[in-house]
Design a protein. Structure first.
Length: 180
């Protein structure tokens, strides 16, 4: 089963992000139901291992905190793959990320070593983005570089199953872990 752990976007954040998406000049938009901030991508794993990970995650014992989405950027440099909204510096978010990784490692799940770049993906791009599209994207990024959302409370994280099909990924929540 392909799985990941993420922070869900509350309705208000979804509305703001959908509005940002609405004037995006190019790219395949992430559906509103799929908007999330990934904390850990577990990849394809045997169900037994995911059950162990779930048991470990039930011991998650961290406080709820506020999260502010801010800024827009792309991954992929000159060949952008993903357009996203970032998050301002947030030690509580970093602690949550580190704790989840450590719980997953403790349960036997090996994760890729990657720098944590907290983000909410708004759109994905095909392998080839044409020059006019790139120019429109550049303008959009300039116009939205100072984007700042209202902070919202993060009081849980969600374990998702991700099924990749022809129409994109479908995310099914499997379990929720509360922050107190
Ligand atoms: O948070 P986003 O939507 O950017 O890109 C995938 C998505 O991230 C990412 O996991 C999230 C839920 O699918 N993802 C997919 N394959 C990945 C991989 N091999 C990956 N992240 C890291 N390594």
């Amino acid at each position: 089963m392909r799985a990941f752990i993420a922070i869900d976007m509350p309705d208000l954040a979804c509305d703001v992000l959908s509005k940002l998406q609405s004037d995006l000049p190019t790219g395949r938009l992430a559906p509103p139901d799929n908007l999330h901030l990934t904390l850990a991508f577990l990849g394809e794993q045997p169900v037994e291992l995911l059950e162990d990970a779930h048991a470990a995650l039930t011991t998650l014992d961290l406080p709820a905190f506020d999260l502010q989405l801010a800024g827009t950027d792309t991954f992929g440099g000159n060949a952008p793959k993903v357009l996203f909204v970032g998050a301002g510096p947030n030690p509580a978010l970093d602690r949550l990320h580190a704790k989840i990784r450590s719980l997953l490692h403790g349960s036997g799940l090996m994760l890729d070593r990657q720098r944590f770049r907290p983000h909410v993906t708004l759109a994905r791009f095909p392998a080839r983005v044409t020059a006019p599209e790139m120019e429109r994207l550049r303008r959009w990024l300039l116009a939205n570089a100072d984007f700042v959302a209202e902070p919202f409370r993060v009081d849980h994280v969600t374990l998702y199953r991700s099924e990749v099909g022809r129409g994109g990924a479908v995310h099914d929540p499997l379990a929720r872990y509360m922050l107190t």
